[in-house]
Write a protein that binds this ligand. Structure first.
Ligand SMILES: *Cc1c(COP(=O)(O)O)cnc(C)c1O
Length: 399
C-alpha cells in the first residue's frame, strides 16, 4: 500500500477535523520520527508537548508492557496500586492535597470548572459561579472548556456557549478587577499561553493576581496542561513565580503519550467533590498510571528538568541570534522548551519547508512558530534546526 492510498482511505472515513500533512509516520526513537519510507524527522512538536521523554522510551515501554500483562483496567470503584502511587507522587511534588484523574486536558479543566462552582455552592454562595478567563487562552474543545477559551475561532458555529465565563485581556490586572462581580467564583488561566502563541505573563502579573484572588476570596485555577510536567524547566510553571494556585490541571505530558489528565486541588477545595459528584470510567486506570509513574521517576532520576532548563536557555539564545539576523522575526518568547518565534509573515510555509528538510515544527495563530521538542533534545539537534531556519529565512529574503 502506498502513502497516497492510505491518505485516500483516511480521507474517506476519518472526521475532517484536522488538516493533515501528507506524511505517514510509522515509528519513533528519542527525538526522531520516521515515515513509511524511512525518512527521518527531528521532532520539535513532540505530539504537541506530550512526548516529553521522547518516542519509544524503553523504560516507559517496559512499564506499559508489564502493567498490560497484569491489569489494564478496573473501575474506580476499587483501589489499584499504580494510581495511588502516582497520586502520592503528585501531591508530594505539587502544592495540592488531592488528585482527580481523567483522560485529557479538556476533561481536567471541566473538573476544575465543576469543582469551583460546587465549592461555592457548598459554602452557601450559590450565586457565585462565573469564571474570569483570558483572551487568547485555550482550555479545550468540550462545551464548557471551549466557552472558557478566549478565542472566537474556537467558539464559532457552536453557540450558544455555556454561560459563566467572562473573558478579559491576558496580563491586565485592571481588566480582571473590573470584570469581578458578586457572581465571580474564580480566575482561570494558563501561566504561559501555549496555543495562544507562547504568550508569557508580564513581570509580577501572576504574583499580583494571586494576591488579588486572596483579597477577593476567588479561586485561582492554573491550566498547566501544556506548561506542566517539566516543559518550562520546572515541574510546574507556577514554581517560576513564587506562588501557587488553588486548583491546577495537567494532561499532555503526564503519561508521555498515553491519554491521561489530572486535576489537583487543596483539601479545602477538593472536599467539595464527594462520591457521586464527579467521575470518569477510565480516569487513572492502572495502565496509564503505571506509565505516568515511570515518567515521573525518570524526570526525577535522570536530571531531565535541569537539562530542559539549560538546553532551553541555549535554544532561546540561538533564536535570539537568529532574530538579530532576520528582520522578519518580531519576537522570541518562552521559557524552558516552550519557545515561540513571532513572525512578520505567514508561518505555515515555513513549517512546510522545515518538514521537507527533515524537521517537524509547529505554527500557532498563523504567524507564531512554536518549538516544543521532547525535553531530552540535544544541542546538535537544536543547532541543525537553527541552521535550517537560517537558510529558510535567507531564501525568503532573497525572493
Ligand atoms: C492542549 C490543551 C488543552 C486541551 O487538552 P486536550 O487533551 O486536547 O483536551 C487544554 N489546555 C491547554 C493549556 C492545552 O494546551
Amino acid at each position: 500500500m502506498t502513502d497516497n492510498e492510505l491518505m485516500e482511505r483516511a480521507d474517506r472515513v476519518i472526521a475532517t477535523t484536522y488538516g493533515r500533512f501528507p506524511v505517514v509516520l510509522t515509528r519513533g526513537q528519542g527525538c526522531t520520527l520516521y515515515d513509511s519510507n524511512g525518512k527521518a524527522f527531528t521532532d520539535f512538536v513532540a505530539g504537541i508537548a506530550v512526548c516529553n521523554l521522547g518516542h519509544a522510551h524503553p523504560a516507559i515501554a517496559e512499564a506499559i508492557a508489564d502493567q498490560a500483562r497484569q491489569l489494564v483496567h478496573v473501575s474506580n470503584l476499587y483501589y489499584t496500586v499504580p494510581q495511588v502511587a502516582l497520586a502520592e507522587w503528585l501531591v508530594e511534588h505539587a502544592f495540592a492535597d488531592r488528585v482527580f484523574f481523567c483522560n485529557s486536558g479538556a476533561e481536567a479543566n471541566e473538573a476544575a470548572i465543576k469543582l469551583a462552582r460546587k465549592y461555592f455552592k457548598d459554602r452557601g454562595e450559590p450565586g457565585r459561579y462565573r469564571i474570569i478567563t483570558m483572551r487568547g487562552s485555550f482550555h479545550g474543545r468540550t462545551m464548557a472548556t471551549l466557552s472558557a477559551t478566549g478565542q472566537e475561532k474556537i467558539h464559532k458555529g457552536f453557540e450558544p456557549l455555556v454561560d459563566g465565563f467572562d473573558i478579559v485581556p491576558f496580563n491586565d490586572l485592571d481588566a480582571i478587577r473590573q470584570a469581578v462581580t458578586d457572581q465571580t467564583c474564580a480566575v482561570m488561566l494558563e501561566p504561559i499561553q501555549g496555543e495562544g502563541g507562547v504568550q508569557c505573563p508580564g513581570p509580577g502579573f501572576l504574583e499580583k493576581l494571586r494576591a488579588f484572588c486572596d483579597e477577593q476570596g476567588l479561586l485561582l485555577i492554573f491550566d498547566e496542561v501544556q506548561t506542566g510536567m517539566g516543559r518550562t524547566g520546572k515541574l510546574f510553571a507556577y514554581e517560576h513565580f513564587g506562588m501557587t494556585p488553588d486548583i491546577m490541571t495537567l494532561a499532555k505530558a503526564l503519561a508521555n503519550g498515553l491519554p491521561m489528565g489530572a486535576m489537583l486541588a487543596m483539601e479545602a477545595v477538593a472536599a467539595s467533590f464527594t462520591p457521586g459528584s464527579h467521575a470518569s470510567t477510565f480516569g487513572g486506570t492502572p495502565l496509564v498510571s503505571a506509565a505516568a509513574l515511570r515518567v515521573v521517576q525518570i524526570l526525577e532520576k535522570e536530571g531531565v528538568l535541569k537539562h530542559c532548563e539549560h538546553i532551553g536557555h541555549y535554544f532561546k539564545e540561538r533564536l535570539l541570534a537568529l532574530k538579530s539576523k532576520h528582520a522578519v522575526i518580531r519576537e522570541v518568547r518562552g521559557l524552558g522548551l516552550l519557545l515561540g518565534l513571532d513572525l512578520d509573515c505567514e508561518g505555515p510555509p515555513i513549517v512546510k519547508s522545515c518538514m521537507a528538510r527533515g524537521f517537524l515544527i509547529n505554527c500557532t495563530q498563523e504567524h507564531i512558530l512554536r518549538f516544543i521538542p521532547p525535553l531530552i533534545v540535544q544541542k546538535e539537534q537544536i543547532d541543525a534546526l537553527i541552521a535550517c531556519l537560517d537558510r529558510i529565512f535567507q531564501e525568503m529574503a532573497a525572493e
